[in-house]
Ligand binder design. Structure first.
Ligand SMILES: NC(=O)c1ccc[n+]([C@@H]2O[C@H](COP(=O)([O-])OP(=O)(O)OC[C@H]3O[C@@H](n4cnc5c(N)ncnc54)[C@H](O)[C@@H]3O)[C@@H](O)[C@H]2O)c1
Length: 234
């Protein structure tokens, strides 16, 4: 999904710093975009964040938009998930998002302008079985987005969260196909559909919008189609 966001932002004229731990894929993506840079960045590494952001600010002048997209999932219920996996999910998804904001927000505040888009999930709005670590992390991202938006009040910097449903990526395609039958938009989502929301929040079209949670989930989180009817008939 990050690749789609990068292409969408580049098409709007942004200069892009692609960051990932998958160097080959990241470099190939950046090479296809005029003026883009690739940086190896493990989002759990505070020093790496400092060094990457310094380089980007030195070469581009500023970081105006941060999309905190990196994320991992390990499926497992509360009884089965290993504490190691639980901690690892929180480290990448929650601490990684915190470190991104912690590193770029001072520069945005100095310049009086900026937008942070934190990628949460439908799992940041509801519970899912077998997803204790992931659900915890995505609720965490939703909450820290609001806390950070308040911390940046009056600074000209906005912080919002995006909540994709099941999206066609290696992560999303691991979801059961049956999931869509009782969803209001009964199909998997495309990365570009999430990108359009990211672009809106990244730019001044969303100038009166901060601390908000934005769903791109095909209606997944509002309930199940036909459920009340089926229950009444029992
Ligand atoms: N695909 C879905 O259905 C779905 C739904 C809701 C939310 N999301 C969220 O959207 C985001 C993107 O997911 P995706 O589906 O494209 O997943 P993906 O697994 O295809 O991509 C995740 C990316 O994060 C990178 N990454 C993982 N650990 C990292 C680390 N420590 N440092 C830097 N980069 C790291 C991976 O290398 C990969 O490029 C994630 O935050 C995910 O939780 C996905």
């Amino acid at each position: 999904m990050g690749a789609s966001h990068v292409r969408g932002l580049a098409a709007e004229g942004a200069r892009i710093a692609v960051c990932d731990v998958l160097d080959e894929e990241g470099k190939a993506l950046a090479e296809g975009l005029p003026g883009a840079q690739y940086h190896h960045l493990d989002v759990t590494d505070e020093e790496a964040w400092q060094s990457v952001v310094r380089t980007v600010e030195d070469t581009f002048g500023s970081v105006d938009v941060l999309v905190n997209n990196a994320g991992i999932v390990h499926f497992g219920g509360v009884e089965e998930q290993s504490p190691e996996h639980f901690r690892r999910i929180l480290d990448v998804n929650v601490v990684g998002t915190f470190l991104g904001m912690h590193t770029v927000l001072p520069g945005m505040r100095r310049r009086g302008h900026g937008s942070v888009v934190n990628i949460s999930s439908a799992a940041g709005l509801m519970g899912f079985s077998e997803g204790i670590g992931y659900v915890t992390s995505k609720w965490g991202i939703r909450g820290m987005t609001k806390a950070a938006a308040l911390d940046m009040a009056g600074s000209g910097v906005r912080v919002n969260s995006v909540h994709p449903g099941v999206i066609r990526t290696p992560m999303g395609e691991s979801a059961a196909p049956g999931l869509f039958a009782d969803q209001p938009v009964p199909r998997i989502g495309e990365p570009e559909e999430v990108t359009r929301m990211v672009l809106f929040l990244a730019c001044d079209d969303a100038s009166y919008t901060t601390g908000g949670e934005f769903l791109v989930d095909g209606g997944q989180t509002i309930g199940h189609v036909g459920q009340a009817h089926a229950t009444a008939g029992r």
